[in-house]
Design a protein around this ligand. Structure first.
Ligand code: ADP
Ligand code: ASP
Ligand code: MG
Length: 399
């Protein structure tokens, strides 16, 4: 079988007209001789709307019920796309995540895929049918419905590409590939035609929304080539980003700048070993993964990626009761993190010094700095983050 997996994100299926365009693309891929497995996201902002409704119904919605609710978004799209394909004479069949054999751990709201058993998909593909799969969802080994974390349809697509032995995984969205910064924030951002997994993973983990970090990690492990494209572009002639293991390596230096507003910064002082262990237990219980954790001389600092936290209000209160302060997005004192991504960034102090210069010139008080050879991150007031992203891009990626 010559299988290709195509994934269409929320903006690509936002209404029936767009679903029709997706159906046309799928039919074209079939005519080109491929067995096509399509993964779809929820329509437009459906997931945000469902989440807001749940939070209106309760300040602390149970995670299991959140997953039951959120998984509905993708089910709507899968059925509508299958219907649109039938209208075009294509014998499509839609499957939920659990019907597709996507088995996850039992962590509701932010589950991880542990196994894929795609037998039903393989059967239908071998009958010549197009298979449409609801992204972002699976079933735990306890047979509970789970969701894979925000942006998780990318992960579904890559995991299925690996399980089906697909030739490649095509990710369609409203942008024609990966740029050196979010083009919505930095109009001068440069298109990247080819890149390796490591760099994209660093970008995704730093908060670049263009591809889900888990999906990139999966692709790297399974050596799945990713083609990131824009849904509305003409096939074959448009720009794209190809992500693969044998991409040419880049010279050392900064390759991209990533801004992430959906974070909180937690901080505490005079934390004993026992206090730290107690805080980590609270964080685990409230399902708060801590990023860039630093603990030194009793002072603690860490970033929290808020889209991964099911109930930030409750989690924040629990963390504060355990002795730390936490910033709140949207409130006074909110912070964002701006990250330079590349290679060899800490070979000398040049990159960090340049970044601090730009923050100073902007009058942005730097709350914290973290570095690895592949990332230099500054935690700054959210009000300054986009301007800092543009300045850093101009300094390190342009000219
Ligand atoms: P989808 O809903 O199709 O999954 P997303 O909204 O998750 O699409 O991702 C696409 C968006 O990612 C683009 O609209 C773009 O603004 C944003 N983005 C952020 N960083 C980058 C980047 N470095 N390169 C390209 N797009 C980026
Ligand atoms: N619908 C989910 C979200 O909005 C998953 C996805 O789009 O990938 O996060
Ligand atoms: Mg996405």
């Amino acid at each position: 079988m010559n299988v290709v997996v195509q994934k269409y994100g929320g903006s690509s299926v936002a209404d029936l007209a767009r679903i029709g365009l997706v159906a046309d693309r799928v039919v074209a891929a079939k005519r080109a001789g491929y067995d096509v497995c399509v993964v779809v996201s929820a329509m437009g902002k459906t997931t945000d709307q469902l989440l807001a409704m749940a939070r209106q119904a309760s300040a602390s919605p149970p995670r299991r019920e959140l997953d039951m609710l959120l998984s509905v978004g993708e089910r709507t799209t899968m059925a509508l796309l299958a219907i649109a394909l039938h209208a075009r004479g294509d014998d499509a069949i839609s499957f939920t995540g659990s019907q597709s054999g996507i088995i996850t751990n039992d962590r509701h709201f932010d589950a991880r895929i542990i196994e894929v058993r795609p037998f039903r998909i393989e059967d239908e593909l071998s009958r010549g049918r197009t298979v449409i799969v609801a992204g972002y969802q699976g079933m735990s080994y306890r047979r509970e419905i789970t969701t894979l974390g925000r942006g998780g349809s990318d992960t579904t697509a890559v995991a299925l590409a690996a399980a089906l032995g697909a030739e490649r995984c095509e990710i369609y969205s409203d942008v024609d590939g990966v740029y050196s910064a979010d083009p919505r924030v930095v109009p001068e951002a440069r298109h990247i035609a080819a890149m390796g997994y490591e760099e994209l993973q660093e970008m995704a983990e730093s908060g670049a929304k263009v591809l889900n970090a888990e999906a990139v990690a999966f692709a790297k492990r399974e050596r799945i080539a990713i083609y990131a494209r824009r849904t509305s572009d003409a096939p074959d002639t448009a720009k794209e980003t190809v992500v693969r293991h044998d991409a040419p390596r880049d010279a050392l230096g900064v390759r991209a700048v990533v801004g992430d507003h959906q974070v909180a910064w937690i901080e505490g002082s005079a934390m004993s070993d026992g206090g730290l262990a107690a805080l980590l237990a609270v964080a685990d219980e409230a399902q708060v993964p801590l990023r860039e954790l630093r603990c030194d001389g009793g002072r603690l600092g860490a970033l929290v990626s808020l889209p991964r936290v099911p109930d930030w209000g409750r989690a924040r209160a629990a963390l504060e009761a355990a002795g730390v302060t936490a910033t709140d997005p949207g409130a006074d004192g909110a912070v964002s993190v701006v990250t330079l991504v590349g290679d060899g960034l800490t070979q000398d102090g040049r990159v960090l010094r340049g970044a601090l210069d730009e923050a100073r010139a902007l009058g942005a008080a730097v709350r914290a700095v973290t570095t690895t050879p592949f990332r230099v991150s500054l935690v700054v007031p959210s009000t300054a983050a986009d301007a800092l992203t543009r300045r850093l891009h101009a300094r390190f990626c342009e000219g």
